[in-house]
Ligand binder design. Structure first.
Ligand code: NAD
Length: 264
């Protein structure tokens, strides 16, 4: 391939189905010429991920539940054996108890706080530790975040706190890994109807609100997030690290409801 990711090998974590943001990124990276590896979380998702991986000629590196570090090690061992080195990783993983993605943040329990931060923030660091060892020729690491890290959003609660920590970890890891020419960035995606998003209260309302109030007067697709990801992962993005890039139809610049927007 002559695409911007030709000759690059990358691991994509977080494909649950063909609506996943990770799938949009995988498709775009594949179209740009990358060779891909996937992980899946558990047997139920394996049934969905394997056919998707096959469709892109990708390597299935195995089961990975980021709360079990042995499964992260196993996946990186498999990639080390298969490829010997790695050029990029894409981390599209987040979790919080659905019961706490509604109501008030202040009611968050210690147990769910720890679990949400472990899965939604620390896991990117845990994966970066393993990936660093395989990125002998420089590399690019990418995670997914949301505007709820920067501003209060209804129902996002502990996930907003986890995303704020994730965005800070992008900056710290960018500084730590820069001397090895490993870049670390995040895409802050606008709301998209995925499996994870279905756990968030009033999600349809949030989609409509974005559609009426974003500068582009619409929401974004996994294909749009995917193509921006391919750019960031590729040498075209080689001057960019520590960045939180918004792919949200411009919503993050808006300070007030559009007076012309219809009622929702
Ligand atoms: P999704 O449900 O398709 O993907 C979420 C993935 O997280 C799943 O593949 C799931 O297996 C994985 N995951 C959860 N817990 C895990 C664990 N313990 N170990 C390993 N994997 C685990 O939903 P998505 O919306 O594509 O989410 C991908 C990323 O995008 C998340 O970080 C999410 O917060 C972020 N994001 C989503 C939106 C949106 O509106 N959908 C907006 C901005 C950012």
């Amino acid at each position: 391939s002559s695409g911007i990711l030709a000759g690059k090998r990358g691991l994509v974590m977080g494909v649950a189905n063909n609506r996943s943001i990770a799938w949009g990124i995988a498709k775009a990276a594949h179209d740009a010429g990358a060779e891909l590896a996937f992980t899946f979380q558990g047997e139920a998702l394996e049934k969905r991920v394997r056919p998707l991986a096959e469709g892109l000629g990708a390597f299935v590196a195995g089961h990975c539940d980021v709360t079990d570090e042995a499964t992260i090690d196993a996946v990186f061992a498999a990639i080390g054996d298969k490829w010997g080195s790695l050029d990029f990783i894409v981390h599209c993983i987040a979790f919080s108890d659905k019961d706490e993605l509604t109501g008030r943040y202040v009611d968050t329990t210690a147990g769910n706080f720890s679990k949400s931060l472990l899965i939604s923030c620390y896991s990117f660091t845990a994966v970066a530790q393993r990936a660093e060892k395989l990125m002998t020729n420089g590399g690019s690491m990418l995670t997914l975040t949301y505007y709820g890290a920067e501003k209060w959003m209804p129902h996002y609660n502990v996930m907003g706190v986890a995303k704020a920590a994730l965005e800070a970890s992008v900056r710290y890891m960018a500084a730590d890994l820069g001397e090895k020419n490993i870049r670390v960035n995040a895409i802050s995606a606008g709301p998209i109807k995925t499996l994870a998003a279905s756990g968030i209260g009033d999600f349809r309302y949030i989609l409509k609100w974005n559609e009426y109030n974003a500068p582009l007067r619409r929401t974004v697709t996994i294909e749009e997030v995917g193509e921006t990801a391919a750019f960031l992962l590729s040498p075209m993005g080689r001057g960019i690290t520590g960045e939180i890039l918004h792919v949200d139809a411009g919503y993050h610049v808006v300070g007030m409801k559009n007076p012309a927007a219809p009622d929702i």
